[in-house]
Design a protein around this ligand. Sequence first.
Ligand SMILES: Nc1ncnc2c1ncn2[C@@H]1O[C@H](COP(=O)(O)OP(=O)(O)OP(=O)(O)O)[C@@H](O)[C@H]1O
Ligand SMILES: [Ca+2]
Length: 750
Amino acid sequence: MLVTLVVKYFVQQALSNEPMPSGSEIFSEMVRIIIQAITIVVVAVPEGLPMAVTLALAYATTQMLKDNNLVRVLSACETMGNATTVCSDKTGTLTQNRMTVVEGTLSLLTFTNMDGAKNWKNEVKHEIARIVIEGIAINSSAFEDKDENGNMAFVGSKTESALLGFIKLLGESYSVIRSEANVVKAYPFSSAKKTMTTVIETPRGSEKYRVYVKGASEIVLRSCTHYIDSNGDSKKLKEDDRSKFDQIISKYADGALRTIALSYRDVSADDFKSFKDDEPPNYGLICLGIVGIQDPLRTGVKESVREFTKAGVTVRMITGDNIQTARAIAINAGILTRGGLAMTGPEFRILSKEEQIKALKSLQVLARSSPTDKTIVVRRLQELGEVVAVTGDGTNDGPALKMADVGFSMGITGTEVAKEASAIVLMDDNFSSILKALMWGRAVNDSVRKFLQFQLTVNITAVTLSFVSAVASKDGQSILSAVQLLWVNLIMDTLAALALATEPPSKELLLRQPTSRTAPLINFSMWKMILGQAIFQIGINLALLKYGGALFHLQEADGSTTPQNSTVLRTMIFNTFVFLQVFNELNCRRIDDTLNVFKNLHHNKIFILVQVIVIGCQYLIVQFGGQAFKTTPLTSQQWLTTLLIGSLSLPVGLCLRLLPAYLIPEAVISHKSEERQPLVDPTKIGWKGAIDHMAHQTSLFDAIRKDKHGHQPKHGHQPKKDSGEEAIRNLWKLHTSAPADENANGEASR
Ligand SMILES: Nc1ncnc2c1ncn2[C@@H]1O[C@H](COP(=O)(O)OP(=O)(O)OP(=O)(O)O)[C@@H](O)[C@H]1O
Ligand SMILES: [Ca+2]
């Protein structure tokens, strides 16, 4: 533009009949042209964008705090807006983490309430009752303490608190038992091993030491070789006894109870010496029984899961708990649906990468997962292009929370590790607050796009208009003066950012699908609005420039104008331009093609305030701007005229919204949908999932059969064998060989 204007100036001078202007005249003319060019550059550069992003984020984070979301990482809420999947742990996030023992089968005697448990204590051999109670009291790290209200409450692991509560109701004091015992070795509970082991000295016992093991029922049971029967006698654990225990576990787990197996073993001093420090001596154990612990769902979880589904976000449960327990709770929460896949961490872990990715598509529950499994799931999902939010409360969730795109931790019951690793802390521990974060995230993304749409329209219009009018006019003067352009720049950068980035979110945001990771920042309907509005605005301003004089009676009969009238016309065009922006800002409140741009306007006080300020300033500039702004006061009729022309922006916006996509060729604006393609078509998941599940089961069965008969699967027949089938074979080994090995060990130690 600079070059064009300079060339034009000299050509004009050369062609004119007047004498060449003096050097200083040329100089001041050049300065004017340069200033004009610089102003246009200032207008053209969208420097307001980073500010709009920061402002939107800052506004969102302060507002989110009111929704009990403490944002630790600012960018997290923007990321959350694109979240496509939420991986949640179960205990403490979906459930209340308020655990109570409600059922149990100890020494093969079943109880279904506390009275039943008391009866059991009275009926069973005294010695067995002692072992059970001592084991619970000693093999535990929870303790009783005063809570903030001064009431006695258990502190520490909730599972252990439930067990301590159980023996308390049986009339036992854990602290007395603990103080009398002499603990010689302790293997604390680990999320990876899912057991806890404590060894005590028993000077009066037949052997010198006793090992107590409690933990995930099927894992502890695998380490058991004996069990205590209803007479209180130790019996060898045969296959059919094992399946009896499996049935008990299944029964509790299907009722959404967490199952814990209690076991023990007496060992000699020699055996004790061979115990390693990092490997609990969990073999040859005697199973005392299984207890079922209830942990109710948090209120509102079910509704939130449903809302997430509506918003196109898949909720997956990745828990350390038993698969049946997890499945039962997932069904209650609406996470596990027909055809969805539920598998365990060990099963998942040994799959090849491709198979993991395949499984993930319909995976809804991953049970018995280790902290590493949680991270693998997150990584694989990310590899699939998903934006993953992870929620967790425990130390075992730390690595996954860190790896996630957005990590949520529980503010009240969460551990420090989880909070440190998370980007957002849920102050009220409420799963549904995550939904609010999703809503805010989407609002932030929308705000930035709204701002961008508005700003680009002004950019294109102002720059084109200045350039065309400057080149076309006799004296090389742009229709909008430099100072006017700077005011326009202020409206569109700072004030528009304030107005458009502070739009409070509405529930509607949760009714659409997430946008894909690769979606362009400016989508089809935004381009349509930007280009449409810009063409309209440029057209109307140029038309005013050309015909305005005649139209508003601002020129003489011969077509010439007085300097005063020409300033009036310029001021009117400037005013029209600003009002076009004011009304277009309303248009930009909606970046989808919905028609009502006024919806919820009254909710956004800042938007209204900004508009009032802009109109007020515009009034002052026009009426009193005078020399600086190169304006002149307008009559009320002229005001009304310019305002009406400005308001045309609204109907034009409406028409653009109604303009169907097929009328605009792909070459002009790409029609590419920005909606994320879901991993699986939800309409297909029902059948496909079920078929996959069957295929999985059959291959498992097949592998087991071959393994039992000592067959080596033929390599030529199954090219995929080494990844899939071998994995399954390994899995089988994992299930079968462990007890066999330990059997031998157990026998040896006896
Ligand atoms: N203190 C404990 N002692 C022994 N076993 C335990 C203890 N706490 C939990 N378990 C067993 O370990 C399993 C799960 O442990 P883990 O810590 O991995 O998951 P979680 O945090 O309880 O569940 P989630 O991952 O859903 O939050 C439980 O199902 C239970 O069987
Ligand atoms: Ca947890």
